[in-house]
Design a protein around this ligand. Structure first.
Ligand code: ZN
Length: 246
C-alpha cells in the first residue's frame, strides 16, 4: 500500500497543486491528512475543494482548522495568525466551514500506524525537542507515527532506548528505511508554510510493502501565493515568510 502523507497545507493552493502534480491520486492507494488545512494562506475554499476531491482515507483537524471554523477562540494565536483565522472564518463558504468544523480530533490509528497533528498525547503539543519526541514515540499506539504542527520535515527513530534523528537531504528525496522492532515518528513537513529553511512544499510517501518512507520537497509558485495573500489583505509577514521557509 502506498500512502501520501500531507500536513499543514494552510490554504496555500499553489503549493498543494505542485504536490498534486508531483504525486497524483493514481500514484497512491491512500491519502492521510494531518491537519491545518487552512489558516495563513489566501485560498481556503480552493484548498478545501481540492482536499474533498482527494477523498482522504484519514484526516484530522489542526489548531488552525479549529479556530478558522469557529470551534475554538484564537486565544493562543499571535496577531498574524489570529487575523488570518478571523479572515478565513469570514471567507469560508458555509459548506466549507461545516466541513472544517466536522474534522475529527487526532490522534487516529490507521492500518498499522498512527497519525496526529501535534503529538500522540496532545493534538496541540509541538514536538521540537528530542525529549518530547522520545515521550511521543513511547506514547504512540503504533510503531510508525506521523505528526505535523511544527512545519519542520524531520524524523525520529527509537531503538533500545536510544533516540536517533533523521534529517532530510538537501537535493534528493530522503529515504527512511523502517527497521523491524524500531519505533518511528515522522513529520512529512508542511505543504503550504515550511519553517525549516527550505521554502519548497514538503510531503511524504510511505510504501508499506517496501517499508520505506520517502520525504519529498517540490518547488511551487511562491510569487503567486504571495500575491494572493497581499491581494486578500492578509498580513504582509505571511507573504514574506513563505519565500524564506521560516
Ligand atoms: Zn500548522
Amino acid at each position: 500500500m502506498r500512502y501520501l502523507v500531507l500536513s499543514d497545507i494552510h490554504a496555500n493552493l499553489q503549493a498543494l497543486d505542485a504536490v498534486l502534480a508531483a504525486v497524483t491520486r493514481r500514484d497512491v492507494d491512500r491519502v492521510l491528512l494531518l491537519g491545518d488545512v487552512v489558516g495563513y494562506g489566501a485560498n481556503p475554499n480552493g484548498v478545501i475543494e481540492r482536499v474533498i476531491a482527494l477523498a482522504p482515507d484519514a484526516l484530522i483537524r489542526g489548531n488552525h482548522d479549529k479556530v478558522a471554523a469557529g470551534v475554538e477562540p484564537p486565544d493562543t494565536f499571535n496577531a498574524a495568525a489570529r487575523y488570518a483565522a478571523i479572515w478565513t472564518l469570514a471567507h469560508l463558504t458555509p459548506a466549507h466551514r461545516d466541513w472544517l468544523a466536522s474534522l475529527p480530533r487526532g490522534p487516529v490509528v490507521v492500518d498499522q500506524m498512527e497519525i496526529c497533528h501535534g503529538s500522540p498525547g496532545d493534538e496541540d503539543e509541538y514536538i521540537f525537542e528530542p525529549a518530547t519526541a522520545e515521550e511521543a514515540l513511547r506514547a504512540a499506539r503504533a510503531p510508525l507515527c506521523f505528526f505535523g504542527h511544527t512545519h519542520v520535515q524531520v524524523g525520529y527513530r527509537l531503538s533500545a532506548g536510544s533516540l536517533g534523528m533523521i534529517l532530510p537531504e538537501a537535493d534528493a528525496a530522503t529515504e527512511v528505511v523502517l527497521e523491524p522492532g524500531l519505533r518511528y515518528l515522522i513529520n512529512p513537513g508542511s505543504v503550504g508554510q515550511p519553517r525549516d529553511g527550505d521554502p519548497r512544499a514538503g510531503y511524504a510517501v510511505y510504501d508499506s510493502e517496501a517499508g520505506v518512507v520517502r520525504l519529498h520537497r517540490v518547488g511551487y509558485d511562491i510569487a503567486g501565493a504571495q500575491a494572493d495573500i497581499l491581494a486578500a489583505g492578509l498580513p504582509e509577514a505571511l507573504a514574506h515568510r513563505i519565500a524564506i521557509g521560516r
